[in-house]
Structure formats: structure tokens, C-alpha cells
Design a protein around this ligand. Sequence first.
Ligand code: GDP
Length: 549
Amino acid sequence: MAATDIARQVGEGCRTVPLAGHVGFDSLPDQLVNKSVSQGFCFNILCVGETGLGKSTLMDTLFNTKFEGEPATHTQPGVQLRSNTYDLQESNVGLKLTIVSTVGFGDQINKEDSYKPIVEFIDAQFEAYLQEELKIRRVLHTYHDSRIHACLYFIAPTGHSLKSLDLVTMKKLDSKVNIIPIIAKSDAISKSELTKFKIKITSELVSNGVQIYQFPTDDESVAEINGTMNAHLPFAVIGSTEELKIGNKMMKARQYPWGTVQVENEAHCDFVKLREMLIRVNMEDLREQTHSRHYELYRRCKLEEMGFKDTDPDSKPFSLQETYEAKRNEFLGELQKKEEEMRQMFVQRVKEKEAELKEAEKELHEKFDRLKKLHQDEKKKLEDKKKSLDDEVNAFKQRKTAAELLQSQGSQAGGSQTLKRDKEKKKFIEARESEDPVWPLGKKPAVTWFKAASCIPVPLPAPPAGHSRPVFDCNMCRGSACSTGPPASLFQLRMLFVPPRYLHPAWLGEHQSAGFSPLVCSHLASPTTTKPPTGTTASPQRVPSPFQF
Ligand code: GDP
């Protein structure tokens, strides 16, 4: 709020009365001055502009010093804000100066979001101040106010028109900071071009609705100069820290092969105007504008965003307490609503889970019933099978008993007949032996009679020296594979140990006609075998001893 508005408001309900003598409150401005001087001042400048436009040089030139800092490169991936604070002293006045510079501004191919880091930085300083203000124990008089008081916007001396990056950035910043546009490196542009360029820039700013800082004209003491200076905007500046001797004075200048540009010569550039307006005349107004206009706007938006308001819907004043309580109730209501929603959701989920479990239980029961039935059927089948097997076993036992009975009866009846048959057998054997042919070696062959389930080998004597193999006759199988099953009668095996020379077909034929078969039974292939060949079912023990000689 401007000072004249406040005076008008105060004056409305008051009467002016004359004083009879000196009271002393006319020293108030001095008191304020003294207090301010003792506290010191702070001023924060933001320099926005492309890398290499002379931002650092201009700051050094403005404050007549050399601020430290590395020159920025053009290879930054994004825009960064570099802030440095310096304590300056002039006479007995101290100034805490913060210079913030945009590093990498305009160096990216895609410059769409270049303004964002700058806006965020400015907002962050407002937010920090607001947080300090909202503290219960705030110490604003010692708080380092980092809010940006002036933004020097560096425009490249192209002589054409503003770049879209400049227009967009200034548009985004104009409600947050006091923008003072300046044409950088103005020694690179001719006088006539500069005049046209300034007009072009001003018209472009107006047509795009960009609000730049206007030096105040409501204070009579500075109204004239500020009014004149407003017409010179944007200032065309030159920066240099180099001092050259011009005449008999050392002056800041830039020297070229064709001449010298003096920084502080108003015929050469607007550097002096800028310094006058920025530092010597309007520094306090810039600080005040920052607080009362830009910060106020930020604070209002922020508090409204947080739900605070000055009046209720009926336009009645709304106290902070009421706002707080309304907000608290609203918050509690929302919390309750959320709680209720979560409870409902939980109940719903539990119901769904319950239904799922019931379904699974039902399926399990059905499966169990199915398996149980299957098991019962299987059990019944097995029981039936067992019963039929038991019946079969019983029948078999009965048959066996009957057979045994029959056998015992039969054996009793045939006992006498067996003796008779044995005698006949012996006679038969003796008769067969007497029928022996003439043995070539004059030896009697080893004759073995036996009864067996098949043609089973019996222990054979080893062949005498000079005899290679036995010739024998198996009258059971006749040389073919013996079949299993009990023999119908006794059979005779005759073995002749013969030398190989007698294995002539003629000799064999002779003996064949004499009742011998020349066939070699495979069962008795080895004369030294004393055990039955593998696979035969009977064993030598089964050979009845009465028939062995
Ligand atoms: P910054 O990157 O914007 O901080 O630019 P600098 O201050 O580092 O300056 C970059 C270059 O421009 C340096 O070589 C300076 O000497 C030069 N420069 C600075 N101001 C001017 C000026 O007003 N005119 C001309 N012609 N050159 C300048």
C-alpha cells in the first residue's frame, strides 16, 4: 500500500490540532535512519540472461568491485541458479548484497523449460520468508531476507526483436519480481539501431502483456527523474572492469582498435542511468515493491491455497481462529469420510474373501465325497474278488483232499503189483545188457539207467586216454531237445567211449543198426559235467538210485 493511501485513511477519522511548542517527534525519521543504518540493509539482484552476455562484468562494474566466480561454460545440461552473498560497506552503511546468476540459461537446444528453475528459485525465497513469518517465535529483524528485489534481464544486442525465450521468461517472472530489462553489450550496436531496438522491445513487451518495473513517480522528490528514466527503458549498458586514463582521469572503459567506449559516459551508454535508478534512487522502492506487491501476491495465493480467507460467503470478516476451526472441521470430516470408506472397503474385502473360502470349502467337500465313493466301490470290488478267491481255494482244497484220498486208496491196492513190476524191470534190464553188441575196444560200456523228468545228465566217467568224446544214445529224446513232463517209461543210455577214428559214418551206421543211435544228445555234450545244464528243471538228486550202476 502506498504511503499516501495510508495517510488518507488515517486522516479520515482524525482532527488536526496545532502544537504549542516543540515536542520532538520530528526526529522520528532520524531515529528510523539511525536504526536502519545500525541494522544494515540487504539487497538481492537476480541476473537473467544468456551465458556470455556480460552479467558478471556488469555486476563488477555496478558495485565497483571484483566479485569472485568462475566464468560459466555453454555446456550446462540445464539452467542452474548460482547465488553469492557479499557484505559491502560504503561510508557507515552496510549492505548485504546477494547476486544470483542464471548459469546455462539459453544454452540448451530445447529451451522450453528454461524459465522454470528461475520461477522455482524466486518462489522458494518467498516460501522461506512466509515460513519465517508463520513461526510462533519469528525473528524477522535478524532473518536474512533472500527474496529477489530486482531482476536485471539481459537482452542480447541483436537489433532485431526479442527472442521468444526472453518474452516467455519475462512473462513468467513479471508477477513475481521487479524486472528491469537491459540491452547488454550495447557497444555492439549502432546508435540509430539502438533507438529502433529499444522501441521494438518496448512495443513487444506491451503487446505481450509483460509488466516491467516502472520507477515510481508518486514521490515528488524523485517523480521527475524517475519519469524521465522510465522513458529510457530498456537501458543499453556496457560493462567493464578495465580502467583507462582518459584525459587526466582513470575511467572504466572498453578499448577497441577504432576507439574507446566509456562505461560511465552517458553519451556512450545507459550504465550511469541504470546505476542511478537501481542503486541510488530506487533501491528502497524495489525492496518495498518486492514485499508489498510480489511477496503479498505469493502469500495471498499460498494462504488461499491452504484454505484461509478473510471473509465468509456472506462477506463477513472471518478470523484466523474461525478459518482454522473451519479447516480443522473440514479436515476431520474428510478424515471420517475416508475412514468410513476404508471400513466399507475392508468389510467388502472380508465378504469377498469369505465367499471365496466358502466356495473352496464346498469344492473340497465335493472332492472328498467323490473320492470316498470311489474308495468304497474299489473296496467292494476287492472284497468280491477276495470272496471268489476264497471260494476257489476251498474248492481246490476239497479237490486235493479227494485226490489224496483216491491216491492213498490206489497205492494200497497197487502195492503188490509194484513189486511184480520191479522184478520185470530187472529182468528186462538184464536181458538188454546181455544183448550188448561187440564193443570195438573190447570194453564194456558204462551203462546207466535212470528215470527222470527229462533227459538229465548223470555223472559220467572221464574218457580214457586217447578217447575224445562219448557216443551215447538217449532213447528218450533221440537227440532232439527233451521235453518236460514225466517219462512214460524207463529209458536207457548207453555210452561208448570210442576213439575218433571210429566215428566213421560206416561204423556209426553199423552200430545204429545194432540198436544204437549215433546221435549226440546236447544234454550230455560235456562228459565231465556233473550238474544239470542251466534251465533244466530236474536235479541229479531226483535220479532214483536203484537204477544207477
Ligand atoms: P556472463 O557469462 O553473462 O557472466 O558474461 P561475462 O561477464 O563473463 O562476460 C563475457 C564476455 O563478454 C567477457 O569477455 C567480457 O569481457 C565481455 N563483456 C562483458 N561486458 C561487455 C560489454 O558491455 N561489451 C562487450 N563488447 N563485451 C563485454
